[in-house]
Design a protein around this ligand. Structure first.
Ligand code: NDP
Length: 453
């Protein structure tokens, strides 16, 4: 670790105590950027990274709501407006009991670089609540979303801050949030993305993160003149990102053998084909059930519940060539990374945000496998959100193929940026450096142009 990174991290930790996820995300980026700071002392002199680390605004608010039984509930809501150097704040909302300032700040920080990589004019933000939507009735969800938006509405707007969905916030929640925003503001604008198709949404938005992560894996494989055809793939999670990752892998001739939720995972040696994926989509998106129900219908599959005594996840031990972590942060630790390599995996494309720990990343980089970090590999979701904003501004929806082609081109462009930048800074094939530096340069130059604000 260079002196630059050491000093920076000491300051970050002192100023932001008890925020381990935020420290982890900053350290990863700072390590890559030490290569830039050596060559370009002007960024160091302008304290650009030090400024990026400090959110432009952190909003924390009370969300009080009454449930179906008349009971009063109190949750905490947040919006982190991290950086607006290249466009309005943009990033998802996450409803999950684990949500806290550390997690949202790490996600908002990552989002700044990711959005910059997409080539679209979007700044970085993130928000959410410690509300747990799991198992709640539609009425409870609606009441919570309305109360959440009753405060958030005054901080967001189509040219200020445009939230989207993320963990626990899908089409249903975006609908309730948008309805309340529209009522309070008395205007119909593109203030949220991930909207329903008949009220301003974009085709391919639900698919975009999963499809994008598979397009990114295909680009990485292409550098070795290979494709996904015939490859066995491990996918974690079973939500939005995981589902469309499976769909695209199947379309490109790969075979997915695992999916999971926070209670356990399924292994289906025969592959989760289109018909089985339909079952999962109905199970997760309509019936809101658990992944273990899969084995009641597909008897050859095996279900393994989470064993908290293990210091590794057995999902990552199955024989495969590709892995698509698509559930949550830090789901691959050093032991999992080692297990993945031993099972033959040499392509990792991160659908989730920061799913691999710092130690795990080091193992992938040392082995020089094709490792696509989330900032680059899962940028397809926010990219299509950007395209949804363009369509809203023009009041003109694009057809499915147009959006899908643009998504594919953007993922190709992100891949090229990562390759070129990692070459330029003397670490060829290192997508982590490529993504961190590539995302940073555009934001840093804009911040310098705009003065110290
Ligand atoms: P969903 O809520 O649709 O699905 C999340 C999935 O991950 C569920 O299967 C959930 O299981 C599982 N999961 C969540 N937390 C844990 C945990 N602690 N341990 C094990 N499994 C867990 O979210 P998304 O699919 O939208 O998001 C998945 C990841 O992708 C997140 O990291 C998100 O930040 C990232 N991402 C999402 C984007 C998007 O467009 N949606 C864009 C870019 C990144 P359970 O149902 O049991 O909670």
């Amino acid at each position: 670790m260079s002196d630059y990174v050491k000093n920076l991290m000491a300051e970050v930790k002192a100023k932001n105590p008890s925020q381990p996820e935020f420290h982890q995300a900053v350290e990863e980026v700072a390590e890559s950027l030490s290569l830039v700071m050596e060559r370009h002392p002007e960024y160091r002199a302008a304290k650009v990274l030090e400024r990026i680390i400090e959110p432009e605004r952190v909003i924390s608010f009370r969300v009080a709501w009454v449930d179906d039984q008349g009971e009063i509930n109190i949750n905490r809501g947040y919006r982190i407006e991290m950086n607006s150097a290249i466009g309005p704040y943009k990033g998802g909302l996450m409803f999950h009991p684990s949500v806290n300032l550390s997690i949202l700040k790490f996600l908002a920080f990552e989002q700044v670089f990711k959005n910059s990589l997409t080539t679209l004019p979007m700044g970085g933000g993130k928000g959410g609540s410690d509300f747990d939507p799991k198992g709640k009735s539609d009425l409870k969800i609606m009441r919570f979303c309305q109360s959440f938006m009753s405060e958030l509405f005054r901080h967001i707007g189509p040219d200020t801050d445009v939230p989207a969905g993320d963990i626990g916030v899908g089409g249903r929640e975006i609908g309730y949030l948008f309805g309340q925003y529209k009522k309070l503001r008395n205007e119909f604008t593109g203030v949220l993305t991930g909207k329903g198709l008949n009220w301003g949404g974009s085709l391919i938005r639900p698919e975009a993160t999963g499809y994008g992560s598979v397009y990114f894996a295909s680009e990485m494989l292409n550098t070795r003149r290979q494709t996904l055809e015939g490859k066995t793939c491990l996918v974690s999670g079973s939500g939005n990102v995981a589902q469309y990752t499976v769909e695209k892998i199947n379309q490109l001739g790969g075979k997915v053998v695992t999916l999971s939720d926070s209670n356990g995972y399924i292994y289906d040696e025969e592959g989760i084909n289109a018909e089985k994926l339909n079952f999962i989509m109905d199970l997760k998106n309509v019936r809101r059930g658990r992944i273990k129900e899969y084995i009641e219908k597909y008897k050859n599959a095996v279900y393994t519940p989470v064993d908290s005594k293990l210091d590794y996840n057995p999902l990552w031990k199955h024989k495969a060539q590709c892995a698509f972590p698509s559930a949550t942060q830090n789901e691959i630790n050093a032991k999992d990374a080692g297990n993945l390599l031993s099972s033959g995996v040499y392509v990792v494309s991160e659908g989730a945000n920061m799913p691999t720990t710092t130690e795990g990343i080091k193992i992938f980089l040392d082995e020089k496998i094709l490792y696509g970090p989330g900032k680059a590999a899962n940028a397809g979701g926010v990219a299509v959100s950007g395209l949804e904003m363009s369509q809203n501004s023009m009041r003109l929806p694009w057809i499915r193929d147009e959006v899908d082609n643009r998504l594919r081109m953007i993922m190709k462009e992100i891949h090229n940026t990562c390759m070129q930048i990692s070459d330029r800074f003397g670490t060829p094939g290192n997508y982590v450096n490529g993504a961190n530096i590539g995302g940073f340069l555009k934001v840093a130059d804009a911040m310098i142009d705009q003065g110290v604000v």
